[in-house]
Write a protein that binds this ligand. Structure first.
Ligand SMILES: Cc1cc2nc3c(=O)[nH]c(=O)nc-3n(C[C@H](O)[C@H](O)[C@H](O)COP(=O)(O)OP(=O)(O)OC[C@H]3O[C@@H](n4cnc5c(N)ncnc54)[C@H](O)[C@@H]3O)c2cc1C
Length: 423
């Protein structure tokens, strides 16, 4: 697709922008919109994405329901996306956590967040991934400050003291002071920049699907810690829930390739009968699960955001919320640098972004990893210890309020856009 934007074109046909964002998914698309809407007038964004956008060339289906924190909601509000999504977003009103073997006839409640979550506005919402991507794509299509290049990709880039020059697969050449890698877990730009990761694969598969059920969920999210991994039931609008089912890899693959009946029977065994009869709505989908933290979130005139910078276990539904913290922190850093008339791609600017985001992301990823290791096993002594821990947390209202605020993205050095403040 051709750029629709005023861009200064050099004599050699190279188009000049203020930033090039490679990857127009959740993180890259949101960053492009945030900069287009909140940076000083005249700021221009080149957004390069591998997925086609023409009518009839839809993105691949994504069966995930995404838990979005209140902080992420604030960012989406600031860039005009929440008003489009609000009617399709299900507030999470309470959370229940259980820890039991798969064959347990009852899954006793160990930890619940009910009163703590009723205290104020909802701290999290469930939004279907397809709805969020569609809202981002539609807003980008209308945004005159964004030039979209899709399907296309950055094949190679070079930097000098003044900027970065990116060569696209289509043969186009783009220039800007800063290049942002938002091209996901397998980021080509991260590789090209020679940035290594601390990474390992989990011996688990993440299975997702939408389930329709007879009775209302009343906004309750349930996390069953089962020996193979957590099984989450997350409320969607209507009498529907999204499941995130972490399963041991070989068994997960067998479930994905087996019959619908076998899948439904294994699903019912984990889902339980509290919400009445259940039926699958749409396809089941699976994702490999990995831990991954880039050793640096920046390179020469390069910033990494979203899964290109970090990938975390989905057990607490935090991966994209952490990515949205990157988006908000980088937007704030860029806007403040522009106001001072300084270079947004300089080492000083990028170091500020990295200091803000790298430790926080690594900490969150490590906590998710630790929880997965602690809970995804059938060890009797470990079960006794963790159940004692869950029981103690359940009796500590102050700690529970803190955990709810942590899940809402309201703790730590929170960027202004995540607190509902202007830039
Ligand atoms: C099972 C599961 C459940 C999850 N649930 C939640 C949840 O409830 N809440 C939550 O916050 N997070 C959740 N996550 C994490 C979340 O899905 C990711 O963090 C999020 O998708 C990352 O977004 P991203 O934009 O960084 O990367 P991606 O979604 O991977 O997007 C990358 C984009 O880059 C483009 N691209 C790729 N390569 C190139 C290239 N070479 N050139 C140009 N473009 C390119 C792609 O087309 C795509 O648009 C879950 C993850 C899994 C696996």
């Amino acid at each position: 697709m051709a750029a629709t934007l005023k861009s200064k074109t050099g004599g050699d046909g190279t188009a000049q922008y203020d930033v090039i964002v490679a990857g127009g998914g959740f993180a890259g698309g949101t960053l492009a919109l945030a900069l287009a809407k909140l940076a000083p007038k005249g700021f221009s964004v080149a957004l390069v994405d591998a997925a086609p956008r023409e009518a009839g060339a839809d993105r691949p289906p994504d069966a995930r329901g995404l838990a979005l924190s209140a902080a992420t909601k604030s960012l989406l509000e600031a860039i005009g996306l929440w008003s489009v999504l609000a009617a399709k977003a299900q507030p999470i009103c309470s959370i229940e956590i259980t820890d039991s073997p798969l064959n347990a006839s009852l899954r006793p409640h160990f930890l619940g967040f009910d009163e703590e979550m009723k205290a104020g506005a909802p701290e999290a919402y469930l939004v279907e991934a397809g709805h969020l991507l569609h809202a981002i794509d539609a807003a980008i299509a209308k945004e005159t400050a964004i030039a979209l290049f899709a399907p296309d990709s950055v094949e190679a880039y070079e930097t000098d003291a003044f900027g970065v020059c990116a060569k696209l697969a289509s043969g186009k050449t783009l220039q800007a002071p800063l290049l942002v890698a938002a091209d996901g877990k397998r980021s080509r730009l991260r590789e090209q920049a020679g940035i290594k990761c601390i990474a390992w694969s989990y011996p688990q598969l993440g299975i997702v699907a939408t389930v329709a059920h007879e009775r209302p969920h009343h906004g309750m999210a349930v996390q069953h810690f089962l020996p193979a991994g957590p099984f989450a039931i997350l409320p969607l609008t209507g009498n529907r829930s999204s499941i995130v089912w972490t399963e041991e890899k070989a068994r997960g693959q067998a479930l994905m390739t087996g019959s619908e009946e076998a899948f439904a029977s294994a699903l019912t065994r984990r889902f339980g009968h509290r919400l009445g009869a259940i039926a699958l709505e749409g396809p089941r989908q699976s994702f490999p699960l990995e831990f991954q933290i880039a050793r640096s979130f920046i390179g020469d005139r390069l910033a990494l955001i979203g899964d290109a910078a970090h990938a975390v276990h989905p057990l607490a539904g935090q991966g994209l919320n952490i990515g949205m913290r990157d988006v908000a922190a980088l937007t704030e850093t860029i806007v403040e640098t522009l106001r001072l008339g300084l270079d947004i791609g300089s080492g000083v600017t990028l170091e500020r972004y990295q200091r803000w985001r790298r430790f926080d992301s690594a900490f969150s990823a490590t906590v998710m990893d630790g929880l997965n290791r602690l809970f995804s096993n059938d060890s009797v002594p470990l079960r006794a210890i963790r159940d004692l821990g869950l029981g103690l947390v359940d009796r500590a209202p102050g700690l529970k309020r803190f955990l709810v605020r942590e899940a809402a993205g309201a703790t730590g050095d929170v960027p202004r856009l995540l607190k509902g403040e202007g830039l």
